[in-house]
Every structure is written in C-alpha cells, then in structure tokens.
Design a protein around this ligand. Structure first.
Ligand SMILES: Cc1cc2nc3c(=O)[nH]c(=O)nc-3n(C[C@H](O)[C@H](O)[C@H](O)COP(=O)(O)OP(=O)(O)OC[C@H]3O[C@@H](n4cnc5c(N)ncnc54)[C@H](O)[C@@H]3O)c2cc1C
Length: 387
C-alpha cells in the first residue's frame, strides 16, 4: 500500500528516497512544482547554508565556483536527484483534506484518505495576494482521492508572507516577495525588515540600480539576525548614505506613491515622516498554512502552532501520520531554529519507524556510512553554525 509524502521540497524528496530505499512504495505530491518554495525565490538568490548542509540523500551538491548554491543550481540539483532515484512526484496537486478510513484498527493497510485538487492555473505561492487565509479555504472540495497506509507531511513553513496590517498594504506595488532584481532598476524601493532577507534584498537592489530605503522597527540592525558576510556591506552602505535607513520606525500607511512612517513607540503627527516610493517590499518573514494540522487536531498551543509529534519517530498523535523537514517548526518567528540543515535525520527516523526495524535495508555497512555522515554534519554545524 502506498505511503504518500506531501511536499516536494528537499525534505519531502529526501524522505521519499529513504522510504523507497527500504522498499516502501512512496509517492510525492506537491501543490506547486518540484522545489516549490525555492522556485519562488528571486532569480540568482543564493542559499545561506553551505552546499554540504543542503545536499540530500547522500548526493553531493557541487557548484562550479564552490560558492553556495543559487536558486537555479539547487533546482537543477533537485531535478537530477529525483531523476536519479526515479522518485514518483506529482506536481501541482494540493492536498486539501485528510481523514481516517473506517475502522483503522482493522484496516492496517489503508488508513488515510487524502483529497487532492489539481492546482495548475491557480495563483502560485509568490503570486498569491497575502490575505492571511489558508490556501485550502475555498478549495476544500477535493477533486480526487488517494488512500494511503501512511502519510508524511513535509509541507514546509513559508506559505504566506507576514503582513504589516496597515492601510494600503493591499496595493499592487506592495509585495511580500522579492522579484527579479532587474525590474526595480531606477525605482524608489522601500524595504521593510531588518533581517537576512531584507538586508540581502537591500544590498542587491542597490547594486541593481534601485534607490533603496530600509525601514526597521528597532533602533539598529539585530546583532544576531544577519549573516556575517552581509553585515559589513549593509552597514557601509547605510553609513555612506547609499541606502537611506529609517530605524526605530514602523509603516503607518501606504499610498500608491508614498509611505508614511511613524516612530516605533510614538504615534503623533510630529513623529511621522512621509517618503516617496514606487515599490514597497515587506520582507518580514513567513507563516505556515496549518490547515492540514488543524484538520488532524495536531496543532500545539505554542506561538508557532507547530505540529505535535514524537521526536524519536516523527509520528504525530495520529497513527501513520508523520511530519518531516521545516514543517515541524510551525510558523517560525524572527529567530529561525529549524532549517533544512538540521532536518536530515527526519527521513531515517520515519523510515525506521514505518518499517518497524532498524535492521531492514539499507545494508548495515551503508547504514554505518550514512550515520557517520550525519554525525559529521551535526558536528560541523555545532562547531561552525554560520556556514
Ligand atoms: C529566501 C530564503 C532563503 C533561505 N535560505 C535557507 C538556507 O540557506 N538554509 C536553510 O536551511 N534554509 C533556508 N531557507 C528555508 C528553506 O526554504 C528551507 O530550508 C527548505 O526549503 C525547507 O525544505 P522543506 O522541504 O522542509 O520545505 P519546503 O521547501 O518549503 O517544501 C514544502 C513543500 O510542501 C508543499 N506543500 C505545502 N502544502 C501543501 C499541500 N497542502 N499539498 C501539497 N503540497 C504542499 C509546498 O508547495 C512546498 O513545495 C530559506 C528560505 C527563504 C525564503
């Protein structure tokens, strides 16, 4: 009986490969294309993690210049890995419902009925206007069903950009996603945010010929939220006036051609500044679509709304339902804890539990090699977190 992996991001693919290596008939479904989340990054965006930390299934990820992989290089790599292991991936199929089948205790083969909708033609994640609603709302009608013995929810955690909650945010020039740098040439762009994505976008847009301003609610950039190679550059650009900064400020209102900022802890007319702006980029993090976890009743009451699961097996409180990858972190706030780099043990844990024993495939020698590789990676991450 098939096992369904929901999500064709790196974690879902790595999980499907591990399961198939153990003889499990694992099939992957994704609401978008392969590597959907990475596909909506702006062209030319590079991973912050080094290549050995984002490689999956033991397949080395090499780049021609040894630099961190770009979006394009990684998507190319993902396609090759999927082809190499002949992973069955069904793209543009969104899981919209999940329910138990009959008496699960007596039907151990098929336990879950999954309702899917085809999504080709639907707005992609990056086109989606950020209403804050679940993507599954309004789509709750499934078009067809797949029965599965086990389900791995590797659905990630970056479904919607966070919202400012201010008037004018719905205007078409306000965007939660950085697009191709070229489109901003010669334009006045206000970037809201002060962490990696916002800082990296500010630097790239400035180099790409945009007139960039940066608005951040704290008095200075955070000491711990910016990669060490971005910090000197952004600080220099701000010091030299190449990028105009508005620290200790929040957006109060957006119009088609201006943005009004107010002081973080004061909201009177004197504290307000209005600046001209052609584009507004709100790069302030993302939220997870938790509707599937809600259907299953496995949402924790933590602020992240992360799913409840057993860290040894990755199984949730629902028998046969597992979580993998960054999905386990729920909606992560500004201090991200769960990255692809520290999720590589999830596939093995799930396969061990699902297959009932650690002595099954792969061969012991191969397993030892894989375990040594994982232990080495964990050690390197511990000793050198920023790489
Ligand atoms: C600009 C940017 C830079 C980043 N850089 C790094 C980095 O350097 N290092 C790092 O470790 N992480 C980084 N991340 C986070 C990164 O996105 C994740 O580490 C990585 O993509 C996680 O892989 P994943 O498989 O867990 O989830 P994802 O890649 O998010 O995959 C989840 C998949 O599930 C699919 N899905 C969701 N819901 C459904 C549904 N209902 N039905 C069907 N399919 C569904 C989605 O379409 C998606 O393809 C970055 C993120 C951003 C936005």
């Amino acid at each position: 009986m098939p096992t369904v992996v929901v999500g064709a991001g790196p974690s879902g693919i790595e999980t499907a490969i591990e399961l198939r290596r153990r003889g499990v008939d694992a099939h992957v479904f994704d609401a978008g294309p392969l590597g959907h989340t990475i596909s909506w990054w702006a062209p030319g965006t590079r991973w912050f993690s080094s290549n050995d930390r984002i490689a999956i299934a033991g397949v080395p990820l090499n780049t021609v210049d040894q630099a961190k992989a770009s979006r394009e290089e990684y998507l190319n790599y993902l396609r090759s890995v999927v082809d190499q292991f002949a992973v069955p991936v069904n793209t543009f199929h969104r899981l919209v419902s999940i329910s138990p089948i009959g008496d699960q205790a007596h039907d151990a083969d098929n336990r879950w009925r999954l309702g899917f909708r085809r999504t080709l033609g639907e707005a992609s994640a990056s086109d989606k206007r950020t209403t804050g609603q679940s993507t599954c709302e309004g789509l709750a009608e499934a078009e067809f069903f797949v029965d599965a013995h086990a389900v791995v929810l590797a659905v990630g955690g970056t479904d919607f950009p966070n919202r400012l909650g201010v008037p004018g945010e719905e205007l078409p020039h306000v965007d939660g996603y950085l697009r191709e740098i070229h489109r901003y040439h010669g334009r006045r762009v206000l970037i809201v945010g002060g962490r990696n994505s916002a800082v990296e976008a500010a630097i790239r847009l400035h180099r790409g010929g945009a007139n960039v301003s940066l608005c951040y609610h704290r008095e200075q950039l955070p000491s711990d939220g910016i990669k060490y190679w971005l910090r000197p550059e952004i600080e220099g650009l701000i010091r030299s006036g190449s990028i105009q900064s508005y620290f200790g400020a929040r957006v109060a209102e957006i119009t088609p051609s201006t943005v009004t900022l107010r002081a973080e802890d004061l909201d009177d007319a004197q504290s307000r500044t209005t600046i001209d702006s052609d584009d507004v980029l709100t790069l302030i993090g993302y939220r997870q679509d938790q509707s599937l976890f809600e259907q299953l009743g496995i949402v924790s009451d933590s602020s992240s709304g992360s799913p409840l699961f057993d860290a040894e097996t990755m199984e949730t409180e629902r028998e046969g339902i597992y979580v993998a990858g960054t999905a386990v972190g729920g909606t992560q706030s500004s201090h991200y804890q769960v990255f692809l780099e520290n999720c590589h043990d999830h596939p093995r844990k799930i396969a061990d539990h699902l297959c009932g024993t650690r002595a099954t495939l792969p061969e012991v020698s191969e397993r030892e090699t894989l375990e040594a590789r994982d232990a080495g990676l964990r050690r390197r991450i511990a000793w050198q977190p920023e790489s």
